[in-house]
Ligand binder design. Structure first.
Ligand code: FES
Ligand SMILES: [Fe+2]
Length: 459
């Protein structure tokens, strides 16, 4: 049997390998139900979905369904979605609905009418005397679990002894705090049942090492040599900005669009901003940033340096946003730089943040099928108060038309990775020790939960 050798975050810079079993084995997928999901903090939704007392949403993970309900202006509760009488789901959660939402004064079970307050207390049993006094409050109340929030997201944890959410997030919460995600709102949200393991899918968004091979249309805009860094269970990646002037101006990190590469930075800045916006389903930039970039060629003389172009661009976009009631958060260039480009929160939440927007992913297993997942992507943005769009989860086939050209390129890899890894000719993974460290860190942490062998040195 494999001796379990723990590896540390420092070891991740060494060439490591881990087997494909985690992606392909039905036994492994079933084991996750007991060893992984009930032990981790999971992002279950956004606060904006349950603004009023009595608003609830459901979050399903494998066989489990959870109800999160607002019980007061400043309080949430989370319950397992099951009636203590004979086990009916309190809220029906059909497979073709991403998350059930609604508003109720209390929860009434559809089977025999037992009723529960928003606080989870039983308030009605038909003919309770038949139980001869055995129906205590503890037997008839809903089963509660831990819920907390960060950045406008709602998180649940099924482990009664779990560490606090902020401890679990660690440096992530500190580094991303300046972006004030809690002030952003959904711009759109889409989901699809996709033919790969959930880890195959989430890993496609953990490293920019694939940009050169997958998103080839972006290469004309610059170099995409990535760094990849672990923060505890989580990790961040970004591009090493080789141009210190651009880094000082806060280039790539502010806008996800850098200064662009080309002889006239006024034009290349606009082209990259537009490309990012249009091909990543209107999520990797904002209309304000794109419009301000479009004006650069009129507002600045020919020969303006890349750094001055970016400075001017950001200042005018910031002013445009302020004029329509969208105030940019104060983020120093050092904070921008530390925040990098793309965060992976263990196990399955991805955040690619910009100054007024974020592109996010979440991937969940589909039942215990190792070859299927529930893939979700959504865009957040700061909107003027009262101008937030009304959005809901939209089921969308994985095409360029529905998800944008860039996402479609990612989709065009994931299912074939899933198939390829099953080959007896596949000797195990060879992740890049510098640019794919987040992926290796993910497997380091995963192996701790699953009790399987940690990634091991390639020798
Ligand atoms: S199962 Fe809910 S009231 Fe009977
Ligand atoms: Fe990609």
């Amino acid at each position: 049997m494999d001796k379990q050798v723990e590896i540390s975050i420092e070891d991740l810079s060494e060439p490591l390998t881990y087997p494909a079993e985690a992606f392909t084995s039905p036994e492994y997928a079933r084991a996750e139900r007991d060893l992984l999901w009930p032990k981790v903090w999971q992002m279950a939704g956004r606060l904006e979905d349950i603004p009023e007392v009595g608003n609830f949403l459901t979050y399903n993970i494998m066989d489990e369904s959870i109800i999160i309900v607002r019980t007061a202006a400043d309080r949430l509760k989370a319950f397992y979605n099951v009636c203590p009488h004979r086990g009916r789901q309190l809220i029906n959660t059909p497979d073709d609905v991403n998350s059930v939402r609604g508003r109720k004064p209390n929860f009434v079970c559809g089977f025999h009418g037992w009723t529960y307050s928003l606080e989870g207390r039983n308030t009605f049993v038909l003919d309770p005397q038949d139980w001869k006094g055995a129906l205590t409050e503890e037997r008839t109340c809903l089963s509660e679990l831990t819920v907390d929030t960060w950045g406008g997201w709602i998180y649940i944890n099924m482990d009664p002894d779990c560490e606090p959410l902020l401890d679990f997030l660690g440096d992530v919460a500190r580094i991303l705090a300046p972006f004030e995600f809690e002030k952003m709102r959904y711009k759109w949200r889409q989901w699809v049942v996709y033919p790969s393991n959930w880890k195959t899918a989430i890993e496609a968004f953990m490293e920019p090492y694939h940009v050169a091979g997958t998103h080839t249309q972006l290469l004309k805009y610059g170099e995409f040599y990535a760094y990849s860094k672990a923060y505890g269970k989580h990790g961040v990646s970004g591009f090493d900005e080789r141009d210190p002037e651009l880094r000082k101006a806060g280039g790539t990190s502010v806008t996800r669009a850098g200064g662009g590469k080309g002889s006239d930075p006024r034009i290349s800045t606009y082209e990259l901003a537009r490309e990012n916006y249009e091909t990543v389903n209107y999520a990797a930039s904002t209309e304000t940033l794109v419009n301000a970039a479009k004006r650069l060629v009129d507002e600045l003389p020919e020969g303006t340096s890349g750094q001055d172009v970016v400075k001017h661009w950001l200042a005018s976009a910031k002013a445009d946003d302020a004029a329509r009631g969208v105030i940019w958060p104060e983020i120093t260039p050092e904070q921008m730089s530390e925040a990098g480009l793309a965060w992976s929160l263990f196990p399955n939440q991805t955040i690619l943040q910009g100054v007024t927007f974020a592109l996010c992913y979440r991937v969940r297993p589909y039942g215990d099928d190792p070859n299927k997942c529930i893939f979700e992507s959504y865009a957040l943005e700061r909107f003027p108060e009262g101008k937030e769009p009304k959005t809901d989860w939209v089921y969308a086939e994985p095409t360029a038309e529905k998800w944008g050209a860039v996402l479609a390129q990612d989709f065009s890899n994931m299912q074939w990775v899933q198939k390829g890894m099953k080959s007896r000719g596949f000797r195990g993974t060879l992740p890049n020790p510098h640019q794919e460290r987040k992926v290796t860190n993910f497997h380091r942490v995963l192996s701790q939960y699953m009790g399987t062998a940690a990634p091991r040195l390639l020798k």
